[in-house]
Design a protein around this ligand. Structure first.
Ligand code: PLP
Length: 453
């Protein structure tokens, strides 16, 4: 099919996820890709791009791996699908559960499988609420999340999401979700003299009553909300707060998990062990749809002890053998090629590159990385912190300039921020990072030429 004909068909028949619908209606799709190899994707016009954000920060091992295709093919020929309902199992899901237990910190030794991040968070909420109900504490339902968090799009996950822009989809959110200001470390440690105390997780727990709070959920590093890295001591303070009140701590590792931040999991950066972890994306590097909730074995065992009833929660594709076989191969590649370590080292290179951009371009500031999860911000006046007029869509403009230089990046413009996110596949080398920085520099220069007089 000719590219223009594909564009026409897309316009006519494809309802895109998370897309400005009017723009699509008017212009059709932006990029139509057809191939991927390593860190590159090729579009239908045969233009080759560096994918500097691993698509949706998920293609950790890069594109076009023969061994991944082979793992899927072999598994499909052996057993394409098998349900795990009604106490059945399959050999692949068992092996993946074992592998995850080996990789996770602390005693997060059991896995419940889903098809993605939203389903994982949704499942985590149901598991903790179910627990408190069985425990004879049905009023313990509240879930506290952070402002600027992103947890997905199903009803619970979207209600937990703290990026306000996602609210316009729903007239009323699911009950029991509350939002705290992120990163008030001293407040979480109990310093009531802090001005924002009431907006902290601790402040909310105390106001609502700890006996009504089921869990706290947070991303170890916020992704969609701006690549926000918590200050030292924050995650530990939240862990201690949760311990103090017997509240479950859920880490949303959907972006951070599997090497993205230079450690196997985001929480490993601070040696904090949550009670539950939601994972997806990097678990298969996007080669198949898979997610999981990883939880303390005691939690599942207690659920079993407290009730003879069926645990009435599961997805048709929970424990899909082909997705699990692909997940196992992906984890083998991450380990064999030492991609977690590479993420850390290349993350340092990326940070150097972003520091160079700050020297070169007066509109840039506040660059940061954790492994290969990074961002650089744009300001009209970086010294005073004056933001660009939102109608300028500064980050969007820079990303479009990158696109015309064959580099795919992502604008993050929530909460008044104008940031450009960088999250290349974990296989990048120093030369790739230099090329990315070079192209981004050209894009920022073009933007500066337009907006600075
Ligand atoms: N949690 C986080 C931190 C995410 O970044 C995302 C997706 O970007 C999700 C949850 C939702 O995952 P999914 O899109 O697979 O449902």
């Amino acid at each position: 099919r000719q590219p223009e004909y594909l564009r026409k068909l897309d316009k006519e028949h494809y309802f895109h996820p998370t897309t400005p619908l009017k723009l699509h209606q008017e212009n059709g799709p932006g990029l139509i890709i057809k191939e991927g190899k390593g860190i590159h994707v090729t579009d239908v016009y045969d233009d080759v791009y560096i994918d500097g954000v691993s698509s949706l920060w998920n293609v950790n091992i890069g594109y076009g791996r023969q061994e991944m295709a082979e793992a899927a093919k072999q598994q499909m020929m052996r057993l394409s699908y098998g349900s795990s309902f009604f106490n059945n199992s399959n050999d692949q899901v068992i092996q993946l559960s074992e592998k995850l237990a080996e990789l996770t910190p602390g005693n997060l030794d059991v896995s419940f499988f889903t098809s993605g991040g939203s389903e994982s968070n949704e499942s985590a909420f149901k598991i903790v609420r179910h627990y408190w109900k069985l425990k004879g504490r049905p009023e313990r339902t509240k879930i506290i999340a952070l402002d600027l968090s992103y947890h997905g799009v199903t009803m619970g996950a979207t209600s937990a999401t703290g990026v306000r822009e996602f609210d316009h989809m729903i007239t009323s959110s699911a009950p029991g979700f509350l939002h705290a200001k992120p990163y008030l470390t001293d407040c979480e440690k109990g310093d009531k003299s802090q001005p924002d105390y009431e907006s902290s997780i601790r402040g909310i727990v105390e106001k609502e009553g700890p006996e009504t709070v089921a869990a706290v959920i947070l991303e170890p590093i916020q992704g969609v909300g701006g690549i926000n890295i918590p200050p030292e001591g924050y995650l530990k303070a939240v862990r201690e707060l949760c311990d103090e009140y017997g509240i479950y701590m859920i880490a949303d590792e959907v972006i951070c998990g599997f090497g993205r931040t230079g450690e196997m999991f985001g929480v490993d950066n601070w040696e904090v062990v949550p009670d539950l972890m939601s994972v997806a994306k990097g678990i298969t590097s996007g080669y198949m749809q898979l997610g999981a909730v990883l939880l303390k074995s005691e939690l599942r065992d207690e659920l079993a002890e407290m009730s003879d009833d069926v645990f009435f929660h599961g997805f048709t594709y929970s424990g899909h053998p082909t997705a699990c076989a692909v997940g196992l191969k992906n984890l083998e590649i991450i380990e064999n090629e030492k991609l977690v370590q590479n993420s850390k080292h290349m993350g340092d290179e990326l940070l150097k590159g972003l520091a160079y951009l700050e020297e070169q371009h007066q509109v840039t500031a506040k660059s940061r990385t954790a492994g290969l999860l990074g961002a650089i911000e744009l300001y009209a006046d970086r010294d005073s912190g004056k933001a660009f007029d939102p109608s300028l869509h500064a980050a969007q403009q820079v990303v479009e300039e990158c696109l015309s230089r064959n580099l795919l990046l992502r604008p993050l413009s929530f909460g008044g921020m104008n940031a450009v996110a960088l999250a290349p596949p974990l296989i990048v080398n120093k030369g790739d990072i230099e090329t990315m920085i070079d192209r981004l520099s050209g894009a920022i220069k073009a933007f500066e030429n337009k907006v600075l007089k």
